[in-house]
Ligand binder design. Structure first.
Ligand code: HEM
Length: 223
């Protein structure tokens, strides 16, 4: 029997753990990327935050279109929980930040357009790759998202009605919810090939988010 340790990301590890560990390095990279680090440090502005939120509106619009579509992958039904949906909250936040009707008054950046095109190419809830995108965004929002909201309020004076994106009003206990979510991931009945596809797609999802941050940093530094 081979030795196992914390860094064992072999296919025998629970899927949720394999997903987390295979993206750990990219997560650290995202946290320390210039746009995110500056946003958290307080050296940007509420306008910069708004520019970022506009891009997230486009992302969730595409993601939630896929989540609403198709037969579910066996065992995945509990993941597709409408309480996670963020488009309405983001739209309301944007309206309070001075951007009404974002769909007609803004456009996705080029890296976001590529991300959207990729999401649009998925086959809805039957596609194992959608699980990867769902996990990367929603588990992130349920985790670090909470710290981001506190810092955006503190540094830039964002008000609660500009920060509803980070509130999951119908979920009582976020920590338990995340545990249950990981349990649903571990309960998916996947072939080794599907599992590999899913892990690769988590890494791609992180990469696509990273490209959006990198592009935002360029726009911001060009001012
Ligand atoms: C300043 C930025 C960020 C901070 C402070 C942050 C912080 C955190 C923290 C503290 C956790 C662990 C929560 C727990 O163990 O329950 C976490 C988990 C997570 N974050 Fe982030 N994060 C940030 C950015 C991101 C980004 C950009 C993404 C992806 C787009 C992301 C995706 C995730 C995911 C998927 C998890 C769940 C990991 C797992 O347990 O499987 N995070 N984040």
């Amino acid at each position: 029997m081979g030795k196992t340790n914390l860094h064992d990301v072999s296919a025998s590890a629970p899927l949720s753990r394999q997903m987390r560990e295979s993206s750990q390095q990219q997560h650290e990279q995202a946290e320390s990327s210039p746009f995110v680090a500056q946003l958290m440090r307080g050296t940007l502005s509420l306008d910069d935050y708004t520019t970022y939120l506009v891009q997230l509106a486009w992302l969730y619009d595409a993601l939630e279109r896929q989540v609403a579509h198709g037969d579910a992958l066996p065992g995945s039904a509990p993941l597709w929980d409408s309480r996670l949906n963020r488009v309405d909250a983001i739209s309301a936040d944007l309206a309070h930040l001075g951007i009404a009707d974002w769909k007609h008054t803004t456009a996705p950046s080029s890296s976001m357009a590529a991300y959207i095109a990729h999401l649009d190419g998925l086959a809805g809830r039957a596609d194992v790759r959608l699980v990867a995108h769902h996990y990367t965004r929603y588990l992130g929002d349920l985790s670090g998202g909470q710290a981001i909201a506190a810092l955006v309020a503190r540094h830039y004076g964002a008000t609660p009605d500009q920060l509803s994106f980070y509130r999951f009003d119908n979920i009582d206990d976020i920590v338990r919810y995340k545990e249950a979510y990981r349990g649903h991931l571990d309960g998916l009945d996947l072939t080794p090939g599907e599992r590999e596809t899913l892990i690769t797609e988590v890494q791609l999802a992180f990469t696509m988010n990273q490209r959006v941050f990198d592009e935002l940093a360029v726009v911001q530094s060009a001012r």
